[in-house]
Design a protein around this ligand. Structure first.
Ligand SMILES: [Fe+2]
Length: 258
């Protein structure tokens, strides 16, 4: 059994609530799909928790933006990256600072696992964004209708199961192509031997599917469970408001999960 988190975006309250939920379920192994930082007010704390708790993490576009440069970011996101970089650079404890920068600088673009799901083995791949452009291609639910060729091409790069984040919208893409919201699956997707799937696990710290609760997933045998967790978003919003250089929009949108 393992949990998968993505898109924490420096939201400490959401991350803490999710980690507590994972612990309550007795899940010991956690993987992360990137965007640990960006947007929110607690980059150091979120990085430290992720470094401590996860087995591995892959590179997200916001992690890339802070370590290298923001590419194709809007003004608010770009400012958040520069502010985050300054906060990390201001760390006085050398070993703590080194550990955070080393973690960001060594994030791989992909991970894959051969997972025993009961009576068969399943190849699972993990990227931040998409199987062909791992850190910055968006796969939106609407693509299934507006750009089915794109979704079919993406599936050519998927061996069996590919977990993604990036859009902050949880759900399951099938290669027909088709898309299912977690609610349409009663919160559980059963992995089948002969069905490819791209599974978006949603966002811990910036959900955008009109549900303001933190989103993550866990895998138990052949079942992928989608989970939502309430957290103290008033505190998160106040903290973002308190930092001049963080766009208040990134706080306000947390209330409606948009
Ligand atoms: Fe993100």
């Amino acid at each position: 059994m393992f949990a998968i988190l993505s898109d924490i975006h420096s939201n400490l309250e959401a991350l803490t609530a999710v980690l507590e939920d994972i612990e309550k379920r007795g899940i010991k192994t956690i993987y992360c799909l990137g965007d640990v930082i960006g947007y929110g007010a607690n980059p150091k704390e979120c990085l430290d928790l992720i470094i401590e708790k996860v087995s591995w993490c892959v590179l997200g576009n916001h992690d890339y933006a802070v370590f290298y440069e923001p590419t194709n970011f809007n003004y608010g996101a770009e400012q958040a990256s520069f502010w985050t970089r300054e906060v990390l650079e201001a760390e006085r404890q050398r070993d703590v600072s080194d550990r955070r920068w080393r973690f960001l600088g060594e994030l791989p673009m992909r991970q894959s696992l051969d997972v025993d799901v009961g009576n068969s083995k399943v190849i699972m791949e993990f990227v931040h964004a998409s199987p062909r452009r791992p850190i910055n291609e968006y796969i939106f639910p609407d693509d299934v209708y507006t750009n089915p060729a794109k979704v079919r091409l993406l599936f050519e790069r998927v061996k069996h199961i590919c977990f993604v984040g990036h859009t902050h919208m949880p759900g399951v893409f099938l290669d027909e192509p088709d898309f299912y919201l977690p609610s349409e699956l009663d919160g559980v997707y059963p992995i089948l031997d002969d069905e490819k799937a791209i599974i978006n696990i949603g966002s811990v710290g910036q959900p955008r599917d009109k549900d303001n609760r933190a989103s993550y997933a866990y895998v138990n045998k052949n079942k992928v469970h989608f989970v939502r967790v309430k957290y103290d978003l008033d505190t998160t919003i106040k903290k973002i408001h308190a930092v001049d250089r963080l766009d208040n929009f990134h706080a306000e949108r947390l209330r409606d999960g948009r």
